[in-house]
Design a binder for this molecule. Structure first.
Ligand code: SF4
Length: 395
């Protein structure tokens, strides 16, 4: 592994500030082993410490699979269904309301709206359903779902796939933040035989444009990369550099998820190799060294349960949404860990687990980011978290 690019980061320890790791050093670091790997992780951990300390956050959420119909067919997906297929499901407004009220009773704050991409383009029965609710597109229905969640006392964070500038503008006043995984900037993945061949919405240029448009509209935005889907080390680095570049320009990327591919028997990629914890940790460390001390870097704990301490010491500071109510519909075989057990595991590793809102605190008061119509709700939700944490500390 080349170390010249990493040497610059040793200045972190000397208190001389931070410079992003250069591209070649980052690509090389993705192959680090032994002492070089230890050094890489230590640098990322120290950089995280300068910006975030030893607190690791999570959001208490309920997952709303608004519809699992999707026009795309990513080769690793178990979530999507065709219209009429077993398990096809579009949540009706009454269901959304009942789930939202139950989630609020269980002290959830975040309503994560998660769904397939542009199903109205593929399924006539679904189009008729949208029309019966007065919507021309899925985004309109997501807006309705958000209104229901808000009325139940939750704060929506929607992740509806590719969004146009009008879609973003429609959802902005109804969501404290929005999300869409970049996944990868690799154009190769769109070629025949690759993970995104049947997924027009995974076109990297389209997704980078969404990130750009979200930045123009000053929307606190969650994005990230998916690793182990056929991308090269250089693709991973280029994807992270693209996110860093847009964040530098607009300051809107509130968190970057590093998500690992999981092989499942029913998918076309069933026999593909999964990234192991070390590969995930290297990528997390490189993400931290590219993105800097302040950006929130997340790994979902249910997708890498055995490696929590290792990943914490590789530079992450967030564990994403954790639900006391609903399973992870995208990875239903991977249950979320119980919060108390997670807090214990974090403490054993030397970290404090703390609840956060689905909008990160640094965006609440940053001018122009949080919609004024949502401000009071956000302040009330933060007060509820503070009260819970005080009660927890006193117990
Ligand atoms: S990963 Fe998302 S876009 Fe791809 S098929 Fe599944 S639901 Fe559709």
């Amino acid at each position: 592994m080349r170390t010249e690019g990493l040497d610059a980061h040793r200045t972190i320890r000397a208190g001389h500030g931070w410079q992003p790791i250069d591209r070649d050093a980052a690509v090389s670091a993705l192959g680090a082993e032994g002492e070089a790997l230890d050094a890489l992780r230590a640098l990322a951990r120290d950089l995280r410490d300068t910006g975030k300390g030893r607190t690791v956050t999570y959001s208490r959420k309920a997952f709303f699979p608004v519809t699992n119909l999707c026009r795309d067919r990513c080769a690793y997906c178990t979530f999507r269904r065709d219209e009429g297929e077993d398990g096809a499901w579009t949540m009706r407004p009454d269901e959304i309301r009942a789930w939202a009220e139950r989630a609020h009773d269980l002290d959830c704050i975040e309503a994560l709206m998660c769904l397939g991409d542009q199903p109205e383009a593929a399924f006539p029965g679904y189009r008729a359903f949208l029309a019966s609710r007065g919507h021309a597109s899925t985004i309109g229905y997501v807006g309705e779902a958000c209104r229901i969640a808000l009325a139940a006392g939750l704060l929506p964070h929607s992740n509806p796939g590719v969004m146009s500038p009008d879609d973003l503008a429609l959802l902005r006043p109804l969501n404290v933040s929005l999300g869409m995984m970049l996944e990868s900037t690799s154009a190769v993945l769109r070629r025949k035989g690759h993970a995104h061949y049947y997924a027009p919405d995974k076109d990297p240029d389209l997704r980078l444009q969404v990130l750009r448009d979200a930045g123009e509209q000053r929307i606190p935005f969650t994005t990230g990369i998916l690793i182990g889907i056929g991308e090269s080390p250089a693709d991973r680095v280029d994807s992270l550099l693209a996110i860093a570049d847009l964040h530098q320009r607009y300051g809107h990327v509130q968190e970057v998820i590093v998500q690992n591919f999981r092989a499942k028997p029913e998918i076309p990629m069933a026999t593909c190799e999964e990234p192991d914890t070390v590969d995930l940790a290297r990528t997390v460390a490189v993400a931290r060294l590219i993105l800097g001390p302040e950006v929130n870097v997340q790994v979902p704990p249910n997708l890498s349960p055995e490696g929590l301490a290792y990943l914490l010491d590789s530079g992450i500071n967030d564990l994403g949404g954790i639900s006391p109510l609903t399973p992870d519909y995208v990875n239903p075989e991977a249950p979320w860990p119980h919060l108390a057990a997670l807090a214990r595991d974090c403490a054993r590793a030397g970290y404090r687990l703390a609840e956060r809102l689905p909008i990160y605190p640094e965006y609440v008061d940053r001018p122009g980011f949080l919609d004024d119509g949502l401000r009071e709700r956000v302040i009330a939700a933060q007060a509820a978290i503070d009260a819970r944490s005080t009660e927890g500390a006193a117990a």
